[in-house]
Design a protein around this ligand. Structure first.
Ligand SMILES: NC(=O)c1ccc[n+]([C@@H]2O[C@H](COP(=O)([O-])OP(=O)(O)OC[C@H]3O[C@@H](n4cnc5c(N)ncnc54)[C@H](OP(=O)(O)O)[C@@H]3O)[C@@H](O)[C@H]2O)c1
Length: 274
């Protein structure tokens, strides 16, 4: 297997799935710019990955926000100076809160849409312009979620952002195909990360729900399960694959989703007085 480029950018690479993807891409032969919000997290991640790589490939940390164009252009410039223009971009940074629509502040809705949807748009636009100008091929992978297809109470903003990201990816795949830039989506189910642990997805009632809805018989996957599929999509093995979504969820999407209704105190019964 050969990656389409020896230079990559992964957003949200300081922990969780992004860190797993960066690690995998490095083991498969790419130098990686780790783009993340908290400087200490990306610096610690780069130190860990560089130690493991023993000089074969390199990680460079970059602290920035995916909704700030100036951070994105500076990151692309740094990666280009260090490793050459990145032909691989993984838009992984994402966020969520758990709140019913009736109680959701506008600012919270806006923030989730900005990070999960506008960020990938800005990064894709900036990098694709540079790739087209340089006549260089590329592979862009957008990390969506099981929630791009099935809905979960309490995640209206998140579900909307991930569904929109999937359609955004199809349009960019269609527009960028003639430049030999492929765009695909990876849709994880529950994966063991700080986000999933913080949201209580892996333990208690929610952990049992996921377990019951996952044919492969484990309540969750690991970051490496997602990373392997991302690396495949960024390689010559996927040279004829674009505009598609690969679910990485142990088959969770086949059985439909759990609901957080109990956690949120949302009643399922129809109110006869309405
Ligand atoms: N874990 C799951 O079960 C699961 C399931 C389906 C989909 N996903 C998706 O997978 C992706 C990664 O999830 P995860 O579980 O690994 O999450 P995570 O542990 O919370 O890590 C997300 C990373 O993104 C960074 N980030 C957030 N907002 C950012 C911004 N505006 N600019 C730059 N970086 C930003 C965070 O940095 P800071 O910590 O510095 O803020 C963090 O390092 C997300 O898109 C998520 O929606 C996860």
């Amino acid at each position: 297997m050969k990656l389409v480029s020896g230079s990559a950018i992964v957003t949200g690479a300081g922990q969780g799935i992004g860190l797993g993807i960066a690690s995998r891409l490095m083991r498969d032969g790419a130098n990686v710019l780790l783009f993340g919000r908290t400087p200490e997290k990306v610096e610690a991640a780069a130190a860990e990955l560089n130690k493991a790589a023993e000089g074969r490939t390199r990680a460079v940390p970059f602290a920035g926000d995916v909704v700030r164009v100036e951070d994105i252009t500076r990151a692309i410039a740094l990666a280009t100076r260090e490793f050459g223009l990145p032909g691989i971009l993984v838009n992984n940074a994402g966020t969520a809160t758990l709140r019913p629509v009736l109680e959701m502040p506008v600012e919270e809705f806006d923030q989730v849409l900005a990070i999960n949807l506008k960020g990938p748009f800005l990064f894709t636009q900036q990098l694709a312009k540079a790739l087209v100008a340089a006549r260089q091929p590329g592979s862009i992978v957008n990390i969506s979620s099981l929630n791009q297809l099935s809905v979960t109470d309490g995640l209206a903003h998140y579900c909307a952002s991930k569904a929109a990201l999937a359609n955004f990816s199809k349009v960019t795949a269609s527009e960028l195909g003639r430049y030999n830039i492929r765009v695909n989506v990876v849709a994880p189910g529950a994966i063991r990360t700080p986000l999933a642990e913080g949201a209580g997805l892996l333990t208690g009632a929610m952990g049992r729900e996921f377990f019951a809805h996952t044919p492969l018989g484990k309540p969750c996957g690991e970051p490496e399960d997602v990373a392997k599929v991302v690396s495949f999509l960024c390689s010559d093995l996927a040279s004829w694959v674009t505009g598609d979504t690969l679910s990485v969820d142990g088959g969770n999407h086949i059985r439909g989703l759990h609901s957080y209704a109990d956690t949120l105190g949302i009643t399922r019964a129809v109110d006869p007085s309405v």
